[in-house]
Design a protein around this ligand. Structure first.
Ligand code: SF4
Ligand code: SF4
Length: 302
């Protein structure tokens, strides 16, 4: 009787001990990466109406195929509204010669204008702008780097394209505070038409009787025959539910989903992927380092 009781206690202990040395079937995430069984992106062939199995992680956008048709955006509208169709914009300031000469001499009105533009853009110590949704990926140039342009000077404000659905949104995100300051400090602000400009462009003529400056928000033309408007989707991963309906909706094989799933960030704004960021193949970081004990257990289990 006593022997039977001892056997009942020892037997399960032996079974448990055996399992310690058996190969594991679970994945030790994040120390081991989840393996994409097919090694393929999730993609859809609209001609054959076939979806190919693959991991539904972050998207990859093939800029050489995207026509800017917006069908991915429409597909997402009833799901998560995570896609926004955007243009790339440049922002620049055209200044007359006298303004620049006086600025260099330290003339107050010119210096105030430049200082207020710089500080009211909210550029941080790394030259990165406010980046508020929907405008992303903006790195500002050295704000005092002036290029001679014809009679006057041109100050190209952004180093990276500013992505947005319209020029007014760029103005609102970056220049609202500056324009309000200018209007309240003796500068008139007039929206002007410029011959040959794209209909998405916007020009503001600022003048105070002494100087004239033109703030130009101009659409970037990528000169793509298949996408004449240079119009692309951007994805907000703070909203995306990774359903893949946008991939299914794309008639031009321009959108797929990759096995990149580690998209978390401490900054909400970095979850907004511009077309340029979506076009880059995902980079998967190395797995986290195992501690010595976990290394030993993993080695024993095989
Ligand atoms: S995968 Fe994301 S972006 Fe695409 S339709 Fe679904 S929610 Fe929208
Ligand atoms: S990704 Fe596809 S569906 Fe979306 S705009 Fe480009 S071509 Fe159209």
């Amino acid at each position: 009787m006593a022997f039977e009781t001892i056997a009942r206690i020892i037997k399960p202990m032996i079974v448990a001990l055996k399992h310690v040395f058996m190969p594991t079937v679970t994945i030790k995430y994040p120390y081991e990466k989840i393996i994409n069984t097919t090694g393929e992106n999730y993609r859809y062939d609209p001609k054959a109406s076939i979806a190919y199995p693959g991991f539904k992680g972050r998207h990859i956008l093939y800029l050489d195929k995207c026509t800017g048709c917006s069908l991915c955006d429409i597909a997402c509208q009833n799901v998560a509204e995570a896609i926004m169709m955007v243009y790339g914009f440049n922002a620049s300031l055209k200044l007359d010669k006298k303004f620049v000469e006086d600025y260099r001499k330290g003339e107050k009105a010119a210096v105030d204008f430049v200082e207020n533009l710089v500080t009211r853009l909210g550029v941080n110590e790394n030259g990165v702008g406010p980046n508020s949704h929907p405008v992303v990926d903006v790195v500002w140039n050295d704000l005092r780097a002036l290029q001679q342009a014809g009679e006057g000077y041109e100050w190209k404000l952004n180093a990276e394209p500013i992505y947005s659905y319209r020029s007014e949104a760029v103005l609102e995100s970056y220049f609202d505070s500056f324009l309000t300051w200018a209007r309240g400090n003796g500068w008139s602000d007039q929206v002007i038409e410029v011959q040959g400009a794209d209909k998405e462009d916007e020009y503001h003529k600022l003048s105070n009787g002494m100087y004239e400056a033109i703030l130009a928000i101009t659409k970037i033309d990528e000169k793509l025959a298949h996408n004449k408007k240079s119009y692309f989707p951007a994805v907000d991963y703070g909203r995306c539910v990774f359903c893949g309906l946008c991939v299914d909706a794309c008639p031009f094989y321009a959108l797929e989903m990759t096995n990149e799933i580690e998209l978390s960030d401490t900054d909400r704004r970095s979850l907004f992927y511009s077309p340029k960021k979506l076009a880059k193949p995902g980079v998967r970081g190395p797995p986290a380092e195992l501690g010595w004990f976990d290394k030993l257990v993993t080695a024993l289990r095989g």
